[in-house]
Every structure is written in structure tokens, then in C-alpha cells.
Design a protein around this ligand. Structure first.
Ligand code: AMP
Ligand code: ZN
Length: 123
């Protein structure tokens, strides 16, 4: 899609603060972060919304979820079970779909949002 901003980022036609890239996906920091850690995992293939995904995309979507966990750890917001039995860390992973889902960029992407209680604001 020639007018799609995330296709342009995937094609390196516009810059991004890239975290990860392979043949199928690219991950980069969100330009307007909602928390100390906020990055996006984006398939290189143009899929407009999650509603446009079908069975042929199951492997790709699974790969995006597993990558979310790996990159969250690398960005310092891993969910951890501690030796004393406590738990700490963690992050939000979400996909906005359509107007009622708050989607602004119509190229499928998975948000990963972490840091201390990002859903309550960065504090
Ligand atoms: P959504 O509402 O789920 O469509 O979210 C789109 C996200 O893309 C927002 O969090 C934006 O801040 C982010 N975004 C838009 N343009 C860029 C860009 N050029 N580089 C990085 N993130 C972007
Ligand atoms: Zn696109």
C-alpha cells in the first residue's frame, strides 16, 4: 500500500527507532509513547486490521505474540516470578481494531506497553 505509513516504515522509506526485523515482521518504538516502554510489532505484509486476518495468518499472529514477550524482556519489562514466590513486572499487549477499537493506523499492529503500571499513567 503506497500511502500506508507502516508499509513505508517496513520499506525504510521513512525512519523509525527499530528494535527488531526479520522477513515477516518489524518492531519499532511508538512515536508517541504512552508509557516508559511502548513499541509496535508490525507485519511487513499489509493487513489493514485484525478483522482482515484469516487462517492463513495464524502463524504470523502467533509469531507476533511470541516476539512481544521476547522484546518486552529485552526492553526491561518482563513478567517475573521471583524466588520468594512473588511476582513483578509485566506489560500490556493490545491490538486496536476499527473506529470503535480506537485504531488510527490501518495496518495491523500489536502494541506492547510496559513500565510501572502504564495503564495508570507513567508513575
Ligand atoms: P492505533 O491507534 O492502534 O492505530 O495506534 C497507532 C500508533 O502508531 C499510535 O500509538 C501512534 O503513536 C503510532 N505511530 C504513528 N505514526 C508513527 C510513526 N511514524 N512511528 C512510530 N509510531 C507511529
Ligand atoms: Zn501497510
Amino acid at each position: 500500500m503506497s500511502d500506508c505509513i507502516f508499509c513505508k516504515i517496513a520499506a525504510k522509506q521513512i525512519p523509525s527507532k527499530m528494535l527488531y526485523e526479520d522477513d515477516d515482521v518489524i518492531a519499532f518504538h511508538d512515536i508517541n509513547p504512552h508509557a516508559p516502554v511502548h513499541f509496535l510489532i508490525v507485519p511487513k505484509q499489509h493487513i489493514a486490521t485484525l478483522s482482515d486476518a484469516d487462517d492463513t495468518h495464524a502463524g504470523l499472529l502467533g509469531k507476533m505474540m511470541v516476539l512481544a514477550s521476547r522484546l518486552a524482556k529485552e526492553q526491561g519489562c518482563a513478567y517475573e516470578r521471583n524466588a520468594d514466590g512473588g511476582i513483578s513486572g509485566g506489560y500490556k499487549s493490545l491490538i486496536n481494531t476499527g473506529p470503535d477499537g480506537g485504531q488510527e493506523v490501518y495496518h495491523l499492529h500489536l502494541h506492547v506497553i510496559g513500565g510501572a503500571h502504564p495503564w495508570r499513567g507513567a508513575r
